[in-house]
Unconditional design. Structure first.
Length: 705
C-alpha cells in the first residue's frame, strides 16, 4: 500500500537525519543548488515528469493563493514515493523516459517550500517547516523540502481539498504548491515556447489558467508531423527520424503546409526531448539522448553528442540526395542547410560534418542519369536567369552530364552557389554552339547572351584557336543550323539572338574577336548600340571629389561630341567605366582595374594563389587583389589561412577589394595591406581570419541592368 510506504520512508529518513545531521544539512544545500539551477525551467520539469507518467492531459491552475498542477497519467506507486524522496535517484531508464536523474522535481522548491501531492487516493506533503519543527531538538538548522514525506489525513485546508476533489474528476495526480512565488512562474510562462511539446511522447493537451495568462494548447501527432495549436496560433513541424548505434534521434523542421521553412533563431536549439539553451545555428532542431549538465540546460560536447550530430548530418544529406534523385518539388531543405547563424561548437561541428558529406558524396543526379559529386556540377551563370538556364540545359545535350536532373529553382541555385565553383567555361560555351549540341527549343535570346559571353571569354583568355566553321547560330526562323562563317548580314539571324548579344557583349572583347578571327560582329549588331567602354552619353561615370565617399555616378553629356567627352574626362579627372552586374565579382574587379585605374589586370581566382586578381600599373608595379562579394555593408567577411598568409607576405602590394551590391550600383572598397590595417579575429573553422569592421578607399559604381 502507498500509505504504508510513505510512513516507512518518513521514519527511515527521520532516523537518518537524527543520526547524520551534517549529511542532512548537505542535502538541504544540494536542493538549494538544484532549485537555483532549474529555476527558470520549473514548468518544463513538471511537464517532463507528467509526460514520463504517460499523461495525455495537463492543467496548470492558480486560485490566487495556491498553484495546482494536475495530470491524468499513471498515479504514484511505491517506487515513485521512494524516488521522489531521494536525491539523484530515479526508477526511470534514460532511454525509456525523458528524465532519469531523479532531481528535476526538487526544482519546484524554487517556487515554495510547502508542497502537497494527491495521487492514488492519498494525500501527502513535503514541507520544510514541518521538517524543521520535527528535527529542531537535534540541532539541525538547515532542512531540505523534498526529503521526508508526511502523510496527510485530516490536517488539510478545506479549500485545497475542495479544489483537488474537483480536479480529481479528470486528473489522477495533482501537485499543490502552497503560496508560491507566482511571479517566477509567470516569467517562465511569458517566455514559454510551444516547441517544448514537439518531442514529448504523450502530452496532447495543456491548459493554463493563471491570472491573466490563459492558454489552451493542443498537440496532434502522426509519424511525420507535429501540429501545435495554441489558441488561434498554429505551428506545424515535420519530423524526420534516425538512429545511432545507441539510440534514436529526430530532426524537426518548421512546415508551412507545402514546404519546409526556417525556424526562428530562438527555436534553433538542441533538444534532449525538452529544449536546451544550446544553439544549433541551422534553422531546425535536433533531438536525441544527449548527456547534459545537472541543470539539463546545456548539452555535453562528448562522443555521444558527436555521434548524434554526425548521424543527423547523414540523415540531412540523404534528404538532399532524394531531392536530386526523385526530382521532388520541395527543395527548401537546400536553402535551409546553407544557413548557419551560430558559431557555437555544436553548429561548427555539425556544419563541418554535413558540408563534408555534401562535398564528398555523389548526391546529385544529372540529366544524363548519373550521380555525381557537387564539385562536378555546374551552377547557373550570372548572365542568365534561372528560367533561361533551365531552358538551355533542357535542350543542350553537351551540358546534360554537368547539371542536375531537376529544374533549378532559387533554393537549388543558392545551394549550388554555396558548394560548387563550376560555371560555364569557355570550352562549355564553345561546345554549346557546336553542331548537334542544341535543339531548336532553346530561346534565341538566351543563345545571344551565351554567344556574347563566349566572345567575352575568348577575349578575356586571349584564346586564338576557335574554329568559326564549327559554330552554329539560330537563323531568322529560329532553326539552329546557320554556320557563323556563312552569315552574310544580320537579317539572317533571329532578332532575339541579336538583342541578347547586344546586351552582353563588350566593345573590347568584340574588337579582339574581330582582329583575331578576321570576323565582323557588325554583321550581327550595330556597333553604336553595343555595350562597351567607348564614350557615349550613357556610359560616362564620374568621381565626385566633393563627396564624403568616392561616389561614382552617371552624368549625361548629350551635347558633347566624342572628342569633347574625352577632353572633358581628362581635364576634370572624370573616369569612363561600365560594369556588368552579370559578371562575377572577380571579373568586375578586373574591369575596374582596367578602366578605372588603367592597369593591366587578369583573373587568377581559379589558381589558388591566395588572391583573385593580378594587376600591373603603368609603372610596372604589381598589385595582388583578393575579391570579396558582400550582400550589404553590414556583412562580415573572412580570409582563409592561404589568403591571410599571402597578404602577410606581400604586405602593401596586397589589396582587399570588397564588392557590395546596391541594386543598380556596386560600392567598391579597396583595403591596402589588410593584415596591417584591419582588426581580425581568428576563428576555428578552417583557420579563417574573421573581420566585421572595415574602412578603405570607397567607390560606388553604376552597373548595367
Amino acid at each position: 500500500m502507498i500509505r504504508d510506504v510513505i510512513i516507512e520512508v518518513n521514519k527511515r529518513f527521520i532516523n537518518e537525519a537524527k543520526n547524520s545531521p551534517q549529511l542532512f544539512e548537505d542535502l538541504a544545500q544540494l536542493e538549494h543548488y538544484i532549485a537555483e539551477s532549474y529555476g527558470s525551467r520549473v514548468l518544463i520539469e513538471l511537464l517532463q515528469n507528467a509526460d514520463d507518467a504517460v499523461s495525455t492531459k495537463v492543467y496548470l491552475y492558480y486560485d490566487g493563493i495556491n498553484l495546482y498542477f494536475a495530470n491524468n497519467g499513471r498515479p504514484f506507486n511505491e517506487d515513485d514515493i521512494i524516488s521522489i524522496s531521494r536525491s539523484g535517484s530515479s526508477n526511470k531508464s534514460r532511454k525509456e523516459s525523458i528524465g532519469y536523474r531523479g532531481v528535476g522535481f526538487k526544482s519546484t522548491t524554487f517556487l515554495t517550500n510547502d508542497i502537497v501531492i494527491y495521487s492514488n487516493d492519498v494525500y501527502f506533503t513535503f514541507s520544510m517547516q514541518k521538517t524543521k519543527e520535527l528535527l529542531n531538538d537535534y540541532g539541525i538548522s538547515k532542512c531540505p523540502t523534498v526529503r521526508i514525506p508526511f502523510l496527510i489525513d485530516e490536517d488539510l485546508d478545506y479549500n485545497i481539498r475542495d479544489t483537488v476533489n474537483e480536479l480529481s474528476k479528470e486528473y489522477s495526480t495533482i501537485f499543490v504548491f502552497k503560496n508560491p512565488e507566482i511571479n517566477l512562474l509567470k516569467d517562465e510562462l511569458n517566455n514559454f515556447q510551444n516547441d517544448v511539446f514537439i518531442f514529448l511522447n504523450n502530452i496532447n493537451e495543456f491548459t493554463v489558467s493563471l491570472d491573466s495568462i490563459k492558454k489552451h494548447i493542443e498537440i496532434f501527432k502522426d509519424d511525420s508531423y507535429v501540429v501545435i495549436q495554441n489558441n488561434e496560433e498554429k505551428s506545424i513541424w515535420k519530423v524526420y527520424k534516425g538512429e545511432t548505434k545507441k539510440a534514436p534521434f529526430q530532426i524537426a523542421f518548421r512546415f508551412d503546409g507545402e514546404k519546409l521553412i526556417p525556424c526562428s533563431n530562438k527555436e534553433s536549439v538542441l533538444h534532449v526531448y525538452l529544449p536546451t539553451l544550446d544553439k544549433l545555428g541551422f534553422p531546425f532542431k535536433i533531438n536525441g539522448y544527449f548527456s547534459t549538465d545537472p541543470s539539463r540546460k546545456h548539452v555535453n560536447f562528448d562522443e555521444d553528442c558527436k555521434e548524434i550530430l554526425n548521424a543527423s548530418a547523414e540523415l540531412v544529406v540523404n534528404m538532399i540526395k532524394k531531392i536530386f534523385d526523385e526530382s521532388k518539388e520541395d527543395t527548401s531543405i537546400l536553402q535551409i542547410i546553407i544557413t548557419n547563424n551560430s558559431l557555437s561548437k555544436f553548429s561548427m561541428y555539425f556544419e563541418e560534418s554535413v558540408y563534408g558529406l555534401i562535398k564528398s558524396l555523389p548526391i546529385v543526379k544529372t540529366k544524363a542519369g548519373k550521380f555525381k559529386c557537387i564539385s562536378d556540377i555546374m551552377k547557373p551563370p550570372k548572365f542568365l536567369t534561372l528560367q533561361e538556364f533551365n531552358n538551355l540545359i533542357d535542350n543542350c545535350s553537351h551540358l546534360k552530364d554537368k547539371v542536375p536532373a531537376n529544374r533549378i529553382d532559387t533554393s537549388m541555385n543558392n545551394f549550388l552557389e554555396r558548394f560548387t565553383g563550376n560555371s560555364l567555361s569557355l570550352e562549355d560555351l564553345i561546345n554549346v554552339f557546336s553542331i548537334n549540341s542544341l535543339n531548336d527549343s532553346v530561346l534565341p535570346g538566351i543563345l545571344g547572351k551565351m554567344f556574347a559571353n563566349l566572345i567575352n571569354e575568348v577575349a578575356q583568355q586571349k584564346y586564338s584557336k576557335l574554329n568559326l566553321d564549327c559554330l552554329v547560330l539560330p537563323d531568322k526562323k529560329g532553326i539552329i543550323s546557320k554556320s557563323y562563317s556563312s552569315i552574310n548580314d544580320n537579317k539572317e539571324i533571329q532578332k532575339e539572338f541579336i538583342i541578347g548579344l547586344n546586351e552582353n557583349i563588350y566593345k573590347g572583347a568584340m574588337d579582339y574577336f574581330d582582329n583575331t578571327y578576321h570576323a565582323n560582329i557588325g554583321l550581327l549588331i550595330k556597333t553604336s548600340s553595343v555595350q562597351n567602354s567607348s564614350l557615349n552619353e550613357n556610359d560616362i561615370v564620374c568621381i565626385d571629389d566633393n563627396a564624403n565617399e568616392n561616389i561614382l555616378y552617371r552624368t549625361n553629356l548629350r551635347n558633347l561630341d566624342n572628342s569633347a567627352q574625352i577632353s572633358n574626362v581628362k581635364n576634370t579627372g572624370n573616369i569612363v567605366l561600365n560594369i556588368s552586374k552579370w559578371r562575377s565579382a572577380e571579373l568586375q574587379c578586373v574591369e575596374i582595374e582596367k578602366y578605372l585605374f588603367g592597369n593591366e589586370a587578369k583573373d587568377v581566382s581559379k589558381q589558388n594563389k591566395g588572391y583573385d586578381t593580378e594587376s600591373i600599373d603603368k609603372n610596372g608595379n604589381l598589385r595582388y587583389i583578393e575579391v570579396k562579394s558582400l550582400k550589404g555593408e553590414s556583412d562580415c567577411f573572412t580570409m582563409t589561412n592561404n589568403e591571410y598568409t599571402t597578404a602577410h607576405m606581400y604586405g602593401e602590394k596586397y589589396f582587399m577589394c570588397l564588392m557590395i551590391n546596391q541594386n543598380s550600383k556596386i560600392k567598391v572598397i579597396y583595403i591596402k595591406d589588410p593584415v596591417k590595417n584591419l582588426n581580425m579575429d581568428k576563428r576555428i573553422k578552417q583557420w579563417e581570419w574573421f573581420c566585421d569592421e572595415y574602412k578603405g578607399e570607397e567607390f560606388t559604381i553604376a552597373i548595367e541592368s
